[in-house]
Design a protein around this ligand. Sequence first.
Ligand SMILES: *Cc1c(COP(=O)(O)O)cnc(C)c1O
Length: 426
Amino acid sequence: MKEKKFNFETLCVQGGYNPKPGEPRILPIIQSTTYQYEDADHVAALFDLKEEGHMYSRISNPTVAAFEEKIALLEGGIGAVAVSSGQSATALAILNICTNGDHILASSTLYGGTFTLISSTLKKFGIEVTFVNPDLSKEEILKYAKENTKLVFGESIGNPGLNILDFDKFSQIAKTIKVPFIVDNTLITPYLLKPIELGANIVVHSATKYLDGHASSVGGVIIDGGNFDWTGGKFDELVLPDPTYNGISYVEKFKNLAYITKLRVQLLRDLGNCLSPFNSFLFNLGVETLHLRMERHSENALKLATFLEKHKNVKWVNYPYLKNSKTYDNAQKYLKKGASGILTFGIKGGINNAKSFIKNLKLTSLVVHVADTRTSVLHPASTTHRQLSEKDQLNAGVTPDLIRVSVGIESIDDIIKDFDNALKNI
Ligand SMILES: *Cc1c(COP(=O)(O)O)cnc(C)c1O
């Protein structure tokens, strides 16, 4: 199969693993830590990165590799590394090019876990960050760039404001200061939008969400666009000899695969946040229906958003495809096939009615998760954000009346009926 010639839907089903006659039809789970070799020279060649092959499942594994290849094809990248969680994916994507004394320019509307990773844990490593309001102009944001800025980071859809990132603006900012543009594409997925086509250089995913799609496994992926020139002077670690691999230069030896190769052979080797073959098998299975699920998630979410807008017990609704959404213009520009399955709305009567509404739901469940097949809700003010003061909650965009909905792929009639009943009975 010459994958690049095939359409997205075909790659979802058949990308990554191409069985020959007599081989298993479904991706085999190679549950092995280790691989056998011909002779000592063969092993030496692998250890010196002179030959490609599997050495040890902390660094690579055939089942994991098939999943990595599929995701790289779907995102339009040239290579990918799968890891143990979305948090690991973001951490490794950053640590591959940032060290003590470096600086990150990031959008302020990030997933909570990414926010604390960058602002707290990476800060302890000596990496500084400036969070910028993504609505500022290019010129205003560029004022926050520094000599030691090593990357620009954003999410294709913000949390919990559901703002669609202005890809043109952010990619131009990164180009102007000659650093890579890294995008978390978890909640939009490559079915709806491919960041690399819009100027991103590196994409990260929490595979735990729509790629898995069924709430079965935690995992993450880093995808390399292969479209950034690392030799500009800021990224010595990719250019200068690596003493831990006999002095190879990643850029010289691996060309446009330098970033993703270094991430695998240095960071997975040393930090060890590898993905298990079994979880890779489940992710691969999930992605076989990604195109169908995203189509239905988006369709159902728009229908539910439109229904809620007209409901007498609902104060406001936010969904990128609604005309009154602040992000409507970016959504029209960048999202041609749908706006994914996440929406938020405010219930009249505040926090008590919000709690009562959730209690009244029968089909819809209360979970601290999004992006699986079942419809679910979350009331951030009384759960995920309950430790914050009311002022900090408001700064994070969490109002007492806000309900976040992850719209599933059940019958939209049943979903609407469930919401209608629960709203009527508050
Ligand atoms: C869930 C999530 C993450 C973190 O992923 P885990 O797999 O839970 O570690 C990162 N970014 C976004 C946008 C997410 O939704």
